[in-house]
Design a protein around this ligand. Sequence first.
Ligand SMILES: Cc1ncc(COP(=O)(O)O)c(C=O)c1O
Length: 426
Amino acid sequence: MTAIWHPFTQHALMPEQVFIDHAEGAYLYTKDGKRIIDGISSWWVNIHGHNHPKIAAAVQKQSTKLDQLIFAGFTHEPAEKLAAKLVEVTPPNITKVFYSDSGSTSVEVALKMALGYWAHKGKPRRGVVALEHAYHGDTFGTMSVGGRSVFNAPYEAFLFDVHRLPYPHPKREHETVEAFEKLLKEQGDDIAALIVEPLVLGAAGMMMYSAATLRALYDLCRRYGVIFIADEVMTGWGRTGTRWACEQAGVEPDIICSSKGLTSGFLPLAVTLASEEIYQAFYSTDRAKTFFHSSSFTGNPIACAAALAAVELWDEEPVLERIQTIHKQQAAMLPRLQARGDLENVRHLGTIVACDVRTSEQGYLSAVGPRLYRYFIENGVLLRPIGQTVYMLPPYCVTREDLDVIFSTLERALDALRDGELEQAA
Ligand SMILES: Cc1ncc(COP(=O)(O)O)c(C=O)c1O
């Protein structure tokens, strides 16, 4: 019996956790030597695969030089170099990098920057706008902007209200834009910011929408002077086919949140990237306008060194070409899923493939998810369905053979589900 309380885990139904001993590239290895293909990059994080030698070397080197440093009044080389590099690879309006340590904290920081901006401008605005079904993290601020769901039901009374736009449902995407425009016409003077997961609502079940809609929402923000926050925690670092999902819509956000792939999974690190305009609202000889946000590990040198190595890999290795190759290989395999009567909404963007199992048991608590999950793990593939949605989101070092194994394992799992062979699983 373990002393660990695992995240997003109902221990009464899942008493055993898979014990991983080590990992390499796209593979996890259990203590007894079983190999598992990491089909979801360990929760969307290890983009370059596990234990990339360049990042490992950078971590090792930095850990003997400077481990941790108070980040108020002090700075250090890995943080400086990383910040300069991030400014280089983001739209020209982005000039400042604020460090924190998880996707959730990067969003908290973004919200505080946006609301603080208006307060310091002397024209406070209170309204935050978010998409239905959004997921931005599990802290109270991020739960507040996230869609209301089983994830946050016990805490609902404690969450602050936001304006909610309908998810841009295919064929009805214009309704989202119209709803936003109506809101801005009525209350534009009080709307501080719009926060979106660009192109894909990840935790909602890889729900995708078009670049045109993203662009239309952005244009409305520009027209009404509303801060546009792009939560690229999942979509960033190439996942949707471009380094940033926003690139596909020609959008230059005022604030970008990034984490997960930033260090390619080596260490926890996040950044909130801000435009000069946002920064200038806090820049003052008045100490009361200081951005009062920190955590002990802000700008941790080893984490920054890992991120710098991971970001530099983009210049040293053909990362975008790899992403395009994976996309093509997945596209060639996609008809295998599209032909199945037990699947619907087969979708594909960048290296993300997702589909929904046709079932009467819809939603996150659908039994279909745990049943398939258990089959996948027993058959050497890590895929972790979200309710009835199955998706793959592999590291960029995945091979065509690995992808074939992932697809065929999914097909066999669906056959077993159809034939009632997975009923025993919770
Ligand atoms: C879009 C988005 N934002 C924020 C988060 C929260 O990130 P973290 O789990 O690192 O706090 C996630 C996590 O999945 C995410 O997908």
